[in-house]
Ligand binder design. Sequence first.
Ligand code: PPE
Length: 308
Amino acid sequence: MPITPTRFIWMDGELVDWDKATVHVLSHSLHYGSGAFEGVRAYKTPHGVAVFRLREHIERLFRSAKILMIDIPFTVDEIVEGSRAVVRENELNDGCYLRPLVYLGYGEMGLNPLPCPVNVSIAAWPWGTYLGDEGINNGVRMKISSWQRHSPNAVPTAAKSTGMYVNSSLAKIEAIKAGYDEAIMLAPDGRVSECTGENLFVVRNGVIVTPHPSAAGALQGITQDSVIEIAKDLGYDVVFESLIRTDLYLADEAFLSGTAAEVVPISSVDDRSVGDGKPGPITKRIQGAYFAAVRGEAPRYEKWLDRV
Ligand code: PPE
């Protein structure tokens, strides 16, 4: 997905011109994947642009850093304010995607990351639908990947670490080359984990089921959490439960959730249509309520909006 440049990127406390926001080729994270990042979206609302669940994202960034033993030289408040500044100063009033990144910079080489300088950047740019307008409206075709999700004792799946995404990218390449939109990854025990950059839900007999992030070795999604709250508010039962691949084939409805992707119906898994292959009624209701929440059209979820 192409990036549309904006004016400034926040780097270590300063707003730097977009073109000057560069790093040295010997930066540690570039070699060893030793960084952590976030993906956050801001939306246009009737009362100005608002970042969706900003503090929760930045708190997760700090949890990722903790797992990686990276000591971020800023506070949560400073990164939250830096994120707001990037949206404000770039005048991204119609909304945008934000990418906070913690990376180990230039100064040390070798596998011991502990002596490395810790740098933080926050970029933002307008970003359209991640899996395409067609996907968001009519559903995406999924393939179960031959690439397994990491064992949490090999690469910690609770950390949104840059290096972890080699695994996701391999799965994504495989799915795209085979003509699908996105991949579903199974955990080492064979159970459904998540997608390359999204969590996954199925609907079975009116009950909404999603794998528990810790049990499934998946990222604890903030969109997943939002969907669960919205679904319960709409009166649905939501349960954390392990899923196997045939649960996906036999689901009445299925959808995925993520900040970049938002809420996207799944039309088929491994060429078996989910339900009748069209977005199901529960999926559509939840998707509609999610978009109303992020766009500031649902007073109940104002608490999730951070105005810049
Ligand atoms: N699982 C993974 C592996 C993941 O990367 C994401 C977010 C999620 C689940 C959903 O988490 P949340 O955004 O909190 O609901 N993926 C980010 C990166 C996407 C990318 O292309 O890069 C995102 O959605 O911003």
